[in-house]
Ligand binder design. Structure first.
Ligand code: FES
Length: 136
């Protein structure tokens, strides 16, 4: 007869602990406190499997080109051509290509492979976390 209240107390304590854990996890997920839709640090751009080896992929909204010059090596560059600021159009044969006037940039380091551009594409910071590529 004296066990009833005791068991209820134990259950209540367990429930309270679970609630506390839930709250703190939620707090961690809210990160920097910014809920804006801008592409910002930590935004997942792609899965590593989305980026072809020896090629790359253009993310227009995030204004970034992600390349994989060698298997497992990922780089990111601005998608804006340094010639006259057209967004680059495609990635093929080891270069990032602007079709406005024909400039090409190497996928390994963004350097100019074909003029008229004279300056490399600025590199952007990314992090590869498991199989997900994020803006750093
Ligand atoms: S703007 Fe890209 S080649 Fe001229």
């Amino acid at each position: 007869m004296t066990q009833g209240p005791t068991r209820r107390t134990v259950l209540f304590a367990t429930g309270a602990a679970a609630l506390t854990v839930g709250c703190s996890e939620y707090g961690d997920n809210s990160d920097s406190g910014s809920d804006s839709v801008e592409a910002s640090a930590g935004t997942e751009l792609a899965k590593t499997s989305d980026i072809p080896v020896g090629g790359g992929k253009i993310f227009k909204d995030e204004k970034v080109v992600v390349t994989q010059p060698k298997e497992g090596e990922f780089k990111a560059f601005s998608n804006i051509c340094t010639h006259q600021q057209c967004p680059v159009a495609n990635v093929s044969d080891g270069t990032i290509n602007c079709t406005c006037h024909g400039s090409k940039f190497k996928i390994a380091d963004g350097s100019v492979a074909n003029p008229p551009a004279t300056k490399p594409l600025p590199e952007k910071q990314i992090t590869v976390d498991g199989n997900s590529i994020r803006l750093a």
